[in-house]
Design a protein around this ligand. Structure first.
Ligand SMILES: *Cc1c(COP(=O)(O)O)cnc(C)c1O
Length: 450
């Protein structure tokens, strides 16, 4: 058990100090400016250390060590032990009121179980957001479904209600919807999309992997889907190394997801005969590793502070960049909270005196600013959606049209106009001066723009 002391008071307040490979003196404003001037690449590397994620603390180490000594090293019933504790604590911390929760070993497998539970199988049409990390959609593809990829809003990168409505009207036989809250900015239309899905009797699979703690009008992300799925992979905001969580209010869907990948324990209610206990229905094994659950539980205790820090640090940089004429910051409504899984600005060509974004970013990087381009694009650019693959595991329906470069133009525009800015999880008192220097580099390099 974690001692009372360590649960309430940080052992060594990691977020309140620089990472171990950064000396406090290095963060003095004068030293930061001097470094950026003398060796811009070294300044960028320093920023990378300051923004590194995840941050593993002494509390995490203690929690893991104590668990290793006491076990058990496999939790068969996901409602029990550290798995059950994680589910309860996750819902409590996020204010997520869902009737049923399930731990899994990855969000990908959680999404697979969710699609499977709502009946996605061979030949089924799934209307899915076409700009996201691929795993929002590929589990449905693996089940034999054909994804209809939907374009996003070119400014927010998120799905719009109108696009979902248009897709459902054009394809009345769609049997599931897949959505993601891109980069932690909650999908502003999620309430209306969920309502539309409900009114048509189509299950909504809400991928929340970027958006732990984000909310829309006070409702937490994860509260909208017929099934809502979070990742706890190490880059995510509640990192367990690997892991995932599924939530639903539907007892039958919860039972079905258990049958896909959680065999070996007695379930309340049907179906629960002995041979189903031994095999499940899916025959898969989706259990979370208890150490991943322990790490995620320990990280969860700092989530509020991490979100506050990310928000405050991003606000500081945004404020300092407010008058850079080639940048804009599309802001969600005040009643929406973003998790800052990533932080992006939008490039406004009219403010760049004819310079292209690639050149602007190259100039900024030469000056030491830790910024980047989005080299991704819509899922429709990925090989699996563009051609039939000669492989025994290929699943794309050969009778359906393949996607091309011309599809999902808004998602392409969103990526081509994104400038990726750093996200800092440590306290503003630690990273604030570095953020100010980054902003200065933007202002100083305006003269150097091509
Ligand atoms: C990370 C991620 C996933 C997959 O999560 P895993 O836990 O690594 O399987 C799915 N969807 C989105 C949007 C993600 O970012």
């Amino acid at each position: 058990m974690i001692s009372a002391r360590s649960a309430t008071k940080p052992l060594d307040d990691e977020l309140a100090r620089p990472p171990r490979d950064v000396g406090p003196a290095e963060l003095q404003p004068i030293r930061l400016r001097e470094l950026a001037e003398r060796d811009p690449a070294a300044f960028r590397r320093l920023c990378a250390r300051l923004s590194r994620w995840p941050i593993i603390t002494a509390e995490d180490e203690l929690a893991l060590t104590e668990y290793i000594r006491s076990g058990p090293m496999s939790v068969i019933d996901p409602g029990q032990g550290v798995s059950g504790e994680l589910l309860k604590e996750f819902q409590r911390r996020l204010g997520l009121r869902r009737s049923y929760g399930l731990t899994v070993n990855s969000a990908t497998n959680g999404l697979h179980a969710a699609y499977r539970a709502v009946g996605v199988g061979p030949g089924v049409l799934v209307a899915a957001i076409g700009y996201t990390f691929h795993a929002t959609v590929t589990p449905a593809l693996d089940l034999g479904a054909h994804p209809i990829l939907m374009d996003v809003d070119p400014v927010t990168g998120n799905l719009r209600y109108e696009e979902v409505l248009r897709t459902l009207d054009a394809h009345p036989d769609v049997q599931a919807i897949g959505l993601n809250h891109n980069w932690g900015v909650p999908c502003a239309d999620i309430g209306r999309i969920a309502e539309l899905a409900r009114s048509r009797g189509i299950p909504l699979i809400e991928d929340c992997s970027h958006a732990h703690g984000a909310s829309v009008d006070g409702i937490p992300v994860g509260g909208f889907g017929t099934v809502s799925v979070f990742s706890m992979q190490s880059k995510k905001l509640v990192p367990g190394g690997e892991g995932g969580l599924c939530f639903t209010d539907d007892a039958a869907l919860h039972a079905a997801m258990l049958l896909v990948g959680h065999y070996g324990f007695e379930r309340p209610g049907p179906p629960n005969d002995e041979s189903l206990q031994q095999t499940g229905l899916g025959g898969l094994q989706n259990r979370i590793h208890p150490l991943a659950a322990v790490l995620a539980l320990s990280q969860l205790r700092r989530l509020d502070r991490v979100l506050r820090n990310r928000e405050e640090n991003a606000a500081r940089l945004r404020e300092a960049l407010r008058d850079v004429p080639y940048l804009s910051f599309p802001e969600p409504p005040a009643a929406h909270r973003t998790s800052y899984y990533a932080f992006r600005a939008r490039f406004e060509p009219e403010g760049a005196d004819g310079a292209a974004l690639v050149d602007v970013v190259a100039t900024l990087r030469r000056a030491g600013a830790p910024v980047g381009l989005d080299r991704g694009g819509p899922l429709s650019r990925k090989t699996i959606y563009r051609k039939q693959i000669d492989s025994p595991i290929s699943r794309l329906d050969p009778a359906r049209p393949l996607y091309t470069d011309r599809d999902l133009p808004n998602a392409t525009e969103f990526c081509r106009r994104s400038i990726i800015l750093p996200v800092f999880s440590r306290d503003p008192a630690v990273v604030g001066d570095a953020i100010d220097v980054i902003a200065d580099l933007f202002h100083a390099s305006r003269k150097a723009l091509p």
